[in-house]
Design a protein around this ligand. Sequence first.
Ligand SMILES: NC(=O)c1ccc[n+]([C@@H]2O[C@H](COP(=O)([O-])OP(=O)(O)OC[C@H]3O[C@@H](n4cnc5c(N)ncnc54)[C@H](O)[C@@H]3O)[C@@H](O)[C@H]2O)c1
Length: 212
Amino acid sequence: MKMEQTKIPQATAKRLPLYYRFLENLQASGKQRVSSTELSEAVKVDSATIRRDFSYFGALGKKGYGYNVNYLLSFFRKTLDQDELTKVMLVGVGNLGTALLHYNFSKNNNTRIVMAFDVDENKVGAEVGGVKIHHLKDLTKVTDLSEVSVAILTVPAVAAQKIADQLVEAGIEGILNFTPARLDVPDSVRVHHIDLSVELQALVYFLKHYPV
Ligand SMILES: NC(=O)c1ccc[n+]([C@@H]2O[C@H](COP(=O)([O-])OP(=O)(O)OC[C@H]3O[C@@H](n4cnc5c(N)ncnc54)[C@H](O)[C@@H]3O)[C@@H](O)[C@H]2O)c1
């Protein structure tokens, strides 16, 4: 799980996927350039921060032109691309967890869910999408944390914090949190929250500014 962009500040690195997704959409809609103001409105990061972020990777916007979308995308691809396989665990094999296990990043050969956990005895022992479901109490028994350092959390919101505590205790470094719960974790652990309402906001922005 080594990121290569060691020279980029962490706060900037965290925004890269956000920029990346937006720029991919721009490229798909045929846009060649984008201004920091447009970007700022779309990704909800102020334009001064965007300009500073972009200056770290040598993308200097030209006045009246903005940034070259293709250049930025090729930089992001290089930076975000990890050569090694990232093995991930999933906790909570319900509606969403089951869907993610079936999906399992099949179009992306760098990331794979390799194990799943639940507490429902009817699910433990079964396989979903070729991934074995273990009981959460066996977390530390079946997981080699030097291999799997990221967890996807798809459990009921009420259970989220307690499970996050267990994951942290076990040595997980990153949690992709699909639950609406805000997780309290030590600074050394990174939590990314997937919030569908934010995604919908982005869609509405595109409908408004880039009508098809
Ligand atoms: N379903 C969706 O489309 C969707 C979309 C966005 C966010 N979410 C959020 O994702 C989470 C999961 O949603 P869902 O619809 O899949 O719920 P679900 O009830 O179908 O599944 C939850 C799963 O978590 C398991 N679980 C419960 N307590 C656990 C524990 N302590 N340890 C391990 N596993 C435990 C349950 O046995 C069940 O299999 C919720 O927080 C929900 O708000 C769901």
